[in-house]
Design a protein around this ligand. Structure first.
Ligand SMILES: [Fe+2]
Length: 408
């Protein structure tokens, strides 16, 4: 096999994968390639998707949909085993009714067909469930499920779950079909392992990011919790504007880190209550560029670094560091610009008390089109109007106007 060092041994998964592939190919030759072309084509497509995507939900949906088409099944399910309870947890089930999905969401595997497959790590097919030992039927068995093929999903010798393919009529499962299902199950196992590895790396990375943000805030008691609130507001506004989950996550990280460059600003300037000298102002205005430089080696997405670099640019021009305007300012930076200002005005500072909520919203409206992107201001207003209680989740910062000694 290409890429395998000479003399290197194949792992258990690779041997299983190759033997199933060999069986499938041999059968394909025997039975005529045309009949199996659809399966082989889908195998290649699923393999390509798995090697190019870490989005688990996308992989699962595409894989199960492909299975449905190729096998002509009524319902395809991926169930993953809950390590603690041994139950099977539903991860995807195209073709199933809502009721069936709810029923199958979490089911005991032991003593059923699923349990058999998980125990033996071997595929199991049942031509007609009505003639099968009823005690071994799935707990969500219904008259719509007459025939089933269950194939274990494994990775590195560990059973992770099973692929379950159901038809509403009795069906004989050909050896090549079971082989096809086994290859798909191998690929799904690999994808799950990759996704889990990626997820643990991402969690580790996020904990480092949060520690960085917390270290920054420890420097200035007046901005405690600011980065976290900005991150959450930014994500909420991005969601309101219809941005993707990935963009929402990037703006969240950008929000956490937007002021990270202030670690390079002398503390007395950050805490100064009187007017800043031009030199001090210049130093504080360097923080977006310093922040972007700090993040460069961290290999963060470019959108996150840009959100940090441009979060003090004004929509109407005249901000810093570059003085760019309008749509030239990346959207994530425009979002942080608004929510950062909102939170700053809404909080106490060394030199002033927080402004009232009413005043802050009016100020956002007044500066819309000047400092702020009007579309972002609108989205922020909607977020605020929709759920004032959300502010409590955002760090308990919500206070009624009457409690604030603002400068109205
Ligand atoms: Fe800033």
């Amino acid at each position: 096999m290409d890429g395998k060092p000479k003399g290197a041994e194949f792992g258990e998964d690779e041997v299983r994968f190759l033997s199933v592939l060999r069986t499938s190919l041999a059968l394909a030759m025997d039975r005529g390639l045309e009949e199996n072309a659809a399966m082989l084509k889908k195998l290649i497509e699923v393999g390509q998707l798995i090697s190019s995507s870490l989005e688990m939900d996308v992989i699962i949906e595409y894989t199960l949909q492909s299975l449905k088409e190729v096998i002509g099944a009524k319902w395809c399910v991926l169930g993953l085993r809950d390590k603690e309870t041994g139950e099977m947890v539903l991860k995807g089930s195209p073709g199933a009714s809502k009721e069936l999905q709810v029923e199958a969401e979490r089911v005991p595997a032991e003593g059923t067909i699923l349990g058999e497959v998980l125990k033996t790590a071997q595929p199991l097919t049942v031509e007609d469930l009505e003639k099968y030992d009823s005690s071994l039927r799935l707990s969500y068995w219904s008259k719509d499920i007459r025939s089933v093929a269950v194939v274990p999903v494994q990775s590195r010798g560990k059973i992770l779950g099973a692929l379950i393919v159901c038809t509403p009529f009795p069906r004989y499962w050909e050896e090549n079909e079971v082989g096809y299902l086994s290859i798909i199950a191998s690929q799904v196992g690999l994808a799950i392992e990759n996704a889990q590895l990626y997820e643990s790396l991402r969690e580790y990375y996020m904990s480092v990011v949060k520690a960085l943000a917390a270290a920054l805030e420890a420097k200035d008691k007046y901005t405690q919790g600011h980065s976290f609130r900005v991150a959450r507001w930014a994500k909420a506004v991005a969601g309101e504007m219809g941005l993707s989950d990935k963009e929402q996550e990037m703006v969240y990280i950008g929000g956490l880190l937007h002021d990270i460059g202030k670690v390079g600003v002398r503390e007395y300037i950050l805490l100064k209550t009187s007017r800043l000298t031009p030199a001090e102002e210049k130093e504080i205005q360097s923080h977006p560029s310093v922040g972007a430089k700090i993040l460069e080696p961290a290999n963060l997405p470019k959108e996150v670094v840009e959100a940090v670099l441009y979060h003090h640019e004004d929509y109407g021009g005249g901000g810093y560091p570059e003085g760019i305007a309008g749509e030239k300012i990346p959207l994530l930076a425009r979002i942080i610009r608004v929510v950062d200002s909102y939170d700053a005005m809404n909080s106490d500072r060394p030199y002033r008390k927080a402004f009232s909520q009413k005043w802050v919203i009016e100020e956002l409206r007044r500066c819309s089109g000047k400092q702020f992107d009007p579309a972002v201001v609108e989205a922020m207003k909607k977020v605020l109007e929709r759920d004032k209680s959300a502010c409590i989740d955002f760090g308990g910062e919500w206070r009624p106007d009457s409690e604030l000694g603002g400068l109205e």
